[in-house]
Design a protein around this ligand. Structure first.
Ligand code: CA
Length: 423
């Protein structure tokens, strides 16, 4: 048995070098076909492996998992089986797909049943999200926003380097990639107006984020330490936390984001396990001043995930507008979860915790149009000649992300959605 993360591993399924789903990844999702009900799948190359059929046909017998876990609309029940089971399943699937293993490789009849092209299936919301929390953990993003809206000399508020700032978001409007939505409407107060006005947002924005999925529930009153946090995380997904900047500016005082943030958040369909991401750990920012003991951690806990955002105008090619990286996070996932639970707040399987907008240090790495166009003062040029300060009607925003090392690319696929005109 070769370990599932081994860079030397090759599958008998051909995987293009620029594909996000080589044998070293094996991310989990939920899919259905015209003839099948929703079920758990694993992406490999441009195909999806049907775990319900694979299990039914006996290929996963060593794991003794009831098939209702796989003929399921969500991953939550599978996640509830715990990390040793996630690991054993990923390892078994890795073995089955290994070029040196004949079990499935030489069984064409079984292959035809358990493999479908991703382009032929419908990918569904992979998890039932109970609660969603949004952090604000990128120092470059927080500095940019503080510089624009407050004071360049004091861009970060006094608490920012002492705790991972966050707020409780809305779970009901988290949508799977490919779900289009209408431009939201709301109250805004133009700078020169006496009274607020009602109408479609004029400043619709994306926020480039990565979210982690809680893999282990905790009890009310219990805290999760930074050292134990990884055991409570199932995996990661791309996350576009759509925002209406003009609504936000008017509504957010004094309690923070509300309708400017809760109309839609787009996630990518595949959950990449934390196990698959382990080879891509990297050093984070040096945290000065020193954090309180419950936020301390050791080792390289950031992740080197290259992130990109493109805007595709209607009937036109896409233009890349942002190249960032998850490694630019000041606060790590482990610190976010430790902070979230330090007061005894319980978490549940399937809860999503988003990073907050991930901006890097250079202007082309800013993770929102607010920053990229510097509040609309520096419009971005699209390939079709048009300009963007924010997101226009009928624009499709596409987020992509992947890790790359030792000729292995472990990626997330896409989180994309088109903005339809306001109703
Ligand atoms: Ca956000």
């Amino acid at each position: 048995m070769i370990k599932a993360n081994d860079p030397q591993l090759k599958s008998w399924i051909e995987v293009a070098s620029n594909c996000d789903f080589p044998i070293q990844n094996l991310p989990f999702g939920i899919f259905k076909t015209q003839s099948s009900s929703p079920r758990v799948g694993i992406a490999i190359g441009d195909q999806v492996l049907d775990l319900a059929l694979l299990n039914k046909m006996g290929f996963l017998n060593n794991l003794k998992i009831d098939n209702s876990i796989f003929t399921n609309q969500y991953l939550n029940d599978f996640i509830a089986l715990g990390k040793p089971t996630w690991r054993a399943l990923r390892q078994r699937v890795s073995d089955l797909l290994n070029a040196d293993n004949a079990e499935l490789r030489d069984n064409k009849e079984a292959q035809q049943k358990v493999l479908q092209y991703i382009s032929n299936v419908q990918l569904l919301m992979p998890i039932r999200v109970g609660d969603y929390t949004d952090f604000y953990s990128s120092i470059d993003h927080a500095t940019n926003v503080g510089t624009m809206f407050r004071d360049p000399a004091n861009a970060l508020l006094p608490n920012w380097k002492h705790l991972p700032v966050g707020y409780h978001g809305r779970a009901s409007s988290i949508i799977i990639s490919g779900t289009n939505f209408h431009r939201p409407k709301g109250q805004t107060k133009p700078a020169d107006a006496e009274q607020p006005v009602f109408g479609p947002t004029k400043l619709l924005d994306f926020e480039l984020e990565v979210a982690f999925v809680i893999g282990k529930s905790s009890e009310l009153g219990q805290s999760i330490s930074t050292a134990d946090a990884d055991d409570a995380i199932f995996g990661l997904t791309l996350f576009n936390d759509w925002s209406a900047r003009d609504i936000q500016t008017w509504e957010y005082v004094p309690l923070g984001p509300f309708l400017a943030k809760n109309f839609a958040s787009t996630i990518s369909p595949w959950i990449v396990t934390l196990d698959a991401l382990e080879p891509f750990r990297t050093e984070g920012y040096k945290q000065e001043p020193k954090v309180l003991p419950y936020l301390e951690y050791s080792g390289d806990r950031n992740l080197d995930i290259r992130l990109e955002v493109s805007i595709q105008p209607e009937n036109s090619e896409e233009t890349g507008v942002c190249h960032s990286n998850y490694k630019y996070m000041y606060w790590t996932m482990e610190q976010q979860l430790a902070h979230h639970t330090v007061n005894g707040c319980n978490v549940n399987i399937g809860d999503l915790m988003a990073s907050g907008t991930i901006s890097g240090p250079t202007p082309n790495s800013f993770g929102s149009m607010l920053e990229l166009s510097w509040r609309g003062t520096k419009p971005l040029k699209m390939k079709d000649g048009s300009e963007r300060k924010f997101v226009n009607d009928n624009d499709t925003v596409i987020m992509r992300g992947y890790c790359q090392k030792d000729n292995v690319r472990v990626g997330f696929g896409e989180a994309k959605a088109k903005v339809l005109p306001a109703l």
